[in-house]
Design a binder for this molecule. Structure first.
Ligand code: IMP
Ligand code: MG
Length: 180
């Protein structure tokens, strides 16, 4: 792992582990009797969180993935999304939980949610590790959130800058000089 460019650690491995455990417990309780749920990981940023989270969920959970276009190499949102890899299953009548790494402007998830709701799932909720409420441009209901964070660009634990830093075991704030 290469931590060059990281300013400081925002959430340590231990803090992440504890919060992920709490989220898993809460999700397991909320969906009891509603099994199985379909967890949809949004690639690539959510994979580390997702891998840890589903192992803290003690009800039947199916695993699916989608790829939606996001920031490219910059740190600014492009304004709308494209589905680059769709589901290969029908979610109609199922309980669906979208797993995301971070909600920033909310544009990605508000659009994705609309598109998935049109497929008539029994329920559709959103679970994100990180949430930047101050940056919201599109309204989106966040059902499960690990941590609210200030307006800083963060990397690690799956989150990237220009596809790097995903393998840091913690969440760190990127130095501004890296992306400005
Ligand atoms: P939104 O559409 O602006 O909510 O964008 C969400 C997506 O932007 C996330 O899935 C991330 O891929 C990316 N993103 C937003 N903020 C950050 C950040 O601080 N670090 C890394 N990726 C980010
Ligand atoms: Mg992402």
């Amino acid at each position: 792992m290469n931590s060059n460019g990281v300013d400081y650690v925002l959430f340590s491995e231990e803090q992440l582990k504890e919060r992920v455990r709490e989220l898993g417990k809460q999700i397991s309780e909320d969906y009891k009797g509603e099994e199985p749920i379909i967890a949809i990981g949004i690639l690539k940023g959510s994979v580390i969180f997702l891998a840890d989270l589903i192992r803290e969920i003690n009800i039947h959970t199916e695993l699916e993935f989608m790829v939606v276009s996001s920031y490219g190499n910059g740190s600014q949102t492009s304004g709308n999304i494209k589905i680059l890899k769709d589901l290969d299953i029908d979610i109609g009548g199922h309980n669906v939980l979208i797993i995301e790494d971070i909600i920033d402007s909310g544009v990605t998830l508000s659009n994705l949610k609309k598109s998935l709701l049109a497929r008539n799932p029994k329920s559709l909720k959103i679970c994100t590790l990180l949430n930047k409420p101050d940056r919201r441009k599109a309204e989106v209901k966040v059902d499960y959130s690990g941590f609210d964070i200030p307006d800083e660009f963060v990397v690690g634990y799956g989150l990237d800058y220009a596809n790097l830093y995903r393998n840091l075991p913690y969440i760190g704030v990127l130095k501004r000089e890296v992306y400005e």
